[in-house]
Design a protein around this ligand. Structure first.
Ligand code: FE
Ligand code: FE
Length: 194
């Protein structure tokens, strides 16, 4: 499917706000890819499609879980919202005809991150947090600066903020978020002692 066709479909499936966010993430991811000499087109596609399942009702999310035979973690059961990442990767293949495993992986882990992410995974994870339409969260200036200078430090700071937010909401913290945090804390330590 062509980019313009994808945008048209996304515009239909998403709220106006979510569509604007989607474009922000797509262009931010592309810029990060330029900065780190990664594949700009893949970053753009990952950004465009990452929230393609975000505006589904809970009922439709559960239908998709069945349809695509997805496994559901405890945290996902508690917070169905989290499922939009896995379902988004299925939509990328099924609706948008994108089968590149690097792109699908980035979409799949964009909400919680995971240990040892690929460069593209990291780029999408960061772009989702810093895109210009995002409301100003604490520490955002620093996070946006780090995004283009040190991805490990940037990811650590994003997760610290996210964990604080989730603790405040008393939501269950997904194991993947904890794994991501532990992994990138260690990575930061070893990079600093180099
Ligand atoms: Fe998302
Ligand atoms: Fe998003």
């Amino acid at each position: 499917m062509e980019i313009n066709e994808m945008k048209k479909r996304l515009k239909e499936d998403l709220t106006k706000k979510r569509y604007e966010h989607t474009l922000g993430v797509a262009y931010t991811a592309a810029s990060l890819a330029m900065c780190y000499k990664e594949d700009v087109h893949k970053a753009l596609l990952a950004g465009l499609l990452h929230d393609s399942a975000k505006c589904l009702s809970d009922k439709d999310k559960l239908k998709c879980v069945k349809k695509y035979k997805l496994s559901v973690t405890k945290a996902e059961k508690d917070n169905l919202e989290l499922l939009h990442a896995k379902i988004g990767a299925c939509f990328a293949e099924d609706i948008y005809d994108v089968h590149d495993e690097e792109i699908l992986s980035a979409i799949r882990c964009h909400t919680t991150g995971k240990a040892n992410m690929s460069a593209l995974d990291e780029i999408l994870f960061i772009a989702d947090y810093i895109e210009p339409n995002r409301k100003e969260l604490p520490g955002m200036d620093e996070i946006r600066y780090l995004a283009f200078h040190n991805r490990t430090d940037c990811i650590v700071m994003i997760i610290e903020n996210t964990l604080k937010y989730l603790e405040g909401k008393k939501s269950l913290i997904d194991d993947s978020s904890k794994d991501t945090y532990d992994y990138y804390m260690k990575k930061q330590e070893s990079e600093r002692s180099e």
